[in-house]
Structures are given as structure tokens and as C-alpha cells.
Design a protein around this ligand. Structure first.
Ligand SMILES: Nc1ncnc2c1ncn2[C@@H]1O[C@H](COP(=O)(O)OP(=O)(O)O)[C@@H](O)[C@H]1O
Ligand SMILES: [Mg+2]
Length: 268
């Protein structure tokens, strides 16, 4: 599975400026990519374009060699799952199991297989006991785990997480990230939009966005070393990395200490 984006632009009606402008990148099988950038830099617009929720104005998107257009939308959506920031806006049914079933019905899964798929997805996110619960009564962290279970059941190859942990408490975040790590092990493409730099540190690759454009795209380690780009994008370094950079600037080059700081910054 791969995602190819070429020269992609989008402008909202009545806006003067493109919300995303001339984006080009390729994401390959099994990559965990963070997209970071300050508010309004175009991250969510990009996610919605990839999902076909917004129609591109210019450029091309290919999902596994299939161009994203009206004719292929249904086929392409089978390969994609998305979790949004606000857990309240992503449920359609009145029970957890029905909500997951709804997604499966859309994929025309054999009804006889559904219950097993739902049970196994809920068990992966430790939500088995909430199968009959009403989604709205769950905590934020539980809601996001159910949203992920919905995606696990549908088993898409590409998972987009748009600030999916931003409303979670630290424990909820950790649980969620552990599920994402499992997905990564299964070889999924993970696109994690975040402004939590500690979270971004977990990814293989980071795309930095600013004012609708890609400021830099590279290995996460390289991006986190690039103070200039992060400043330009108005992003703050994780505190341990801030210490790391300060020490380096002061000429302190003990690799052991630097390594410990790096690791503590990326520990979640
Ligand atoms: N529905 C909308 N109508 C008009 N402008 C929008 C809409 N949604 C987002 N924008 C604008 O598009 C730009 C990119 O927004 P967005 O993709 O939401 O950024 P991010 O997710 O990085 O915060 C911003 O300037 C924002 O104000
Ligand atoms: Mg956003």
C-alpha cells in the first residue's frame, strides 16, 4: 500500500488563500508519519482531502495506484480509516457494538462474521466489557479506543489520526498510543497529525507544515534536531530535547547523556 500526493492544493470557498498549497509527498507501506504544524497550518484539510471528504482543487492523490476521484471513492475508502480529534463526533449508533457494526455493514461484511470481528476488535483495545454501552456515556479515552476498535474491525491499511489524543488524559493517551504501536507492528501506514511533539517522536518520519505548505519532510530524528525549522513552524521542542539542544550549544557532547535525553523525550 502506498499514498502518492502530487502538487495538492485546496481552497475553502470565500477564502483568499489556499488552505493547503502544492503539497507533494509519498508514503510507503508500514511507515508511521507524523504531520506537525501550528493551528491553521492545513493539517486537517490535508487529512480530509486524503479521505475524500473534501474535493481537491488541484493536484493528484493516489492510493495504491488508484487515483482518488468520485468513481474510485468507495473503493479507496475501504483502505482508509480516520479518527478525529473530538471523540463525540464520530459515533452513529446507540451502542458500542452497533457503532462498529455500522462500519462493517458499509463494507458489506457477511453478518454471520460480524460479531466475532467486533469482539476481537474490542478485546484489542480492552473495551470488551463496554460492548453494550452507549458511546456517549464513555470517557474521552474510552471513546477514542472504541473509535480505534471500529477501525481495527474494518482493518484498513491506512490509518489517519487527526489530533486523536488531544482530548485525552495522560493515561488515555498512553493506552491509545499503545494501540497505535500494535497497528504499526501489523504493517499499517499510520499518519498521525499532532501538535504533541512527544507523540511525534514515536514516528519514523515527520512532515512539518506551515501556512498550508510543507516546510520540511524527513526522518523524525533529523527534524527534531532541526531547531531552525521547528522555530519557523512555531513548534515547541519537547523539554528533554530542549535541554539536549542547550547542552549541545554549550559544547557539551557526551553522547551517553544526549542519548538518555533523547530517549526520555520519546518515551510514552
Ligand atoms: N471550513 C472551513 N472554511 C473556511 N476556512 C477553513 C475551514 N476549515 C479550515 N479553514 C482554514 O484553512 C486553514 C487550514 O486549517 P486546518 O486544515 O484546519 O489547519 P490545522 O488542522 O493545521 O489546524 C486555516 O487557515 C483555517 O482557518
Ligand atoms: Mg486540525
Amino acid at each position: 500500500m502506498s499514498i502518492i500526493v502530487k502538487n495538492l492544493s485546496y481552497k475553502y470557498e470565500d477564502e483568499e488563500k489556499n488552505a493547503v498549497n502544492a503539497l507533494s509527498f509519498t508514503i510507503e507501506n508500514g511507515e508511521w508519519v507524523s504531520i506537525i504544524g501550528h493551528n491553521g497550518s492545513g493539517k486537517s484539510t490535508l487529512a480530509k482531502l486524503l479521505m475524500g471528504l473534501l474535493e481537491k482543487k488541484e493536484g493528484e492523490i493516489y492510493i495504491e495506484d488508484l487515483p482518488l476521484n468520485e468513481n474510485n471513492l468507495y473503493e479507496i475508502r475501504k483502505h482508509l480509516g480516520i479518527v478525529f480529534q473530538n471523540p463525540d463526533n464520530q459515533f452513529v449508533a446507540t451502542s458500542v457494538e452497533d457503532d462498529i457494526a455500522f462500519g462493517l455493514e458499509n463494507l458489506e461484511v457477511d453478518p454471520a462474521l460480524m460479531e466475532g470481528m467486533i469482539d476481537s476488535a474490542l478485546s484489542e483495545v480492552n473495551m470488551t466489557n463496554y460492548k453494550k454501552s452507549e458511546p456517549y456515556l464513555l470517557s474521552g479515552g474510552q471513546k477514542q479506543r472504541v473509535a480505534i476498535a471500529g477501525i481495527l474491525a474494518m482493518n484498513p491499511e491506512i490509518i489517519i489520526l487527526d489530533e486523536a489524543t488531544s482530548m485525552l488524559d495522560p493515561e488515555g493517551k498512553e493506552d491509545f498510543i499503545n494501540v497505535v504501536k500494535k497497528l504499526k507492528e501489523k504493517g499499517k501506514i499510520i499518519i498521525m497529525i499532532t501538535h504533541d511533539m512527544n507523540e511525534a517522536l514515536l514516528s519514523d518520519r515527520t512532515i512539518v507544515m506551515s501556512n498550508g505548505e510543507i516546510l520540511k519532510d524527513g526522518k523524525t530524528e533529523e527534524i527534531m534536531m532541526d531547531e531552525k525549522t521547528l522555530k519557523e513552524a512555531r513548534l515547541e521542542l519537547p523539554s528533554a530535547l530542549y535541554v539536549y539542544h542547550s547542552l549541545k550549544k554549550a559544547g557539551y557532547n557526551n553522547e551517553e547523556v544526549l542519548k538518555v535525553l533523547w530517549e526520555s523525550a520519546s518515551k510514552m
